[in-house]
Design a protein around this ligand. Sequence first.
Ligand code: C2O
Ligand code: CU
Length: 513
Amino acid sequence: MSADTTPTEAPSGRGARGRRLRRILRGTAIIAGGALVIAIATAWIASQRAPVYSAMAMGVADIGTGTTVVGGDHAHDPTAPPRGGTVSVSELIADPMRPADVHVELVARAETVELAGGDRVAAFTLNGSTPGPEIRAAQGQLVEVVLRNADVPGGVTLHWHGVDVPSAMDGVAGVTQDAVQAGESFTYRFVAEDAGTYWYHSHQLSHSQVLGGLFGALVIEPAAGLSTGDATAVLHTYPGTSRTLNGVSGDVAHEAAPGSTVRVRVINTDNAATAAWVSGGDLRVAAVDGTDVHAPTPVGDRKLLVTAGGRIDVEVAVPATGAVRVQAPGVSLVIGPAGADAPQRPAPDAFLDLLAYGSPAPLAFDPDRPDRSFTYDIGRAPGFLDGMPGVWWTINGRMGDDVPMYMVREGDVVRMRISNSSGEAHPMHLHGHHLLVLARDGVPASGSPWWVDSLHVDHGESYDVAFVADNPGVWMDHCHNLPHASEGLVTHLAYEGVTTPFLLGRDSGNEPE
Ligand code: C2O
Ligand code: CU
């Protein structure tokens, strides 16, 4: 490139050398500047997504390290595209011949509602309320939910957060189904295999629809029945309101006899973690994310961290006189005989650490003999996301369609190290599976097996987790601070041989984030 047309003298002496140097530098700057412009333009163009595209084409196949070569046909090539699947997610369903034990019909609407506390919010409702109706089933029952969209713009779906449903029932628009447009319906059917506390929410435009109220509680009771009193505390902050509990800001009463024990199922449907604590008695953590804690002990002066999307079942005893309160900032569930009260108290300073809570119990698999190991390293960098310049979340240093797609085979024992150097906390949620926490920042878990589906990963932390790949499908693995998901913190776990016929992209009608 000779863009320099300045007349030159004979190349002699100090002045001539200086001019030559300046010319070289100028030329280099032009070349470097041009290269930078080309690099940026290329990145911008490359980041633009097709008007429709498959989730299978999103992400670069990552088969992990330590992969066992079964039958010798497994190419150990981390850059290889996902294998052409022969099984569609749509085929992965519950037994279609089995009649439903629990049948629920939910109608989704966009409307202004008056919350029980008196606040009026522009919201989304299910059967006229937000939260939507609580769904209860017994372990082993087949749950069937018909979702009808009356008039929610952009369409809706229902995702069963924390329930390891068959892939076709996972409710992710563009991955496991098409969004249910106004006037349409979709029927979900799954067996409630694991007792515990879960919730459901739309997974179409979820960052606005969940915030606006398209969610509800799902409780799967043990097959043997409940052994204690039982209450649900759904925490949610609607746009422009303070935090609510079951739709109410302030106190909500739950009647229970003196001396009785009550399991309070705290569900955090917000985008940020919250603290929860008890006033007027002790608590025990009975379950985390739907899985019972082994040998929980009384928790003294500690508060609990309930991550975004996460659930903690708190067991409390109703005192002989008065009541016991389960508190979160701005809201309480007051548990006791009618009219009984307990004073509020400020949150304890320290959090209970679940890494060392309860006692160890045998596992059904050996996490120290993984078939695959992955890294899910969360960062933040400037770049383009679908043509938009910004500072976006990255996974393993990559963004947009360059993020890894974690490939597994049914039966694999999978380990993953989730680390976060992005400057913010992220509640990481894997669909269709539960993760066993093995260690945090290299410190091994020493308490009860700690199973999660929503894991609070703070800036600077790293977690080692493990799971068994026992639920074939294509599964989202994303941040449950839902605006973060729409800012790129989303990828998929895919089983070899499974594919999806559904499409993402601006012309697809599907936008799960
Ligand atoms: Cu609670 Cu991907 O969802
Ligand atoms: Cu996040």
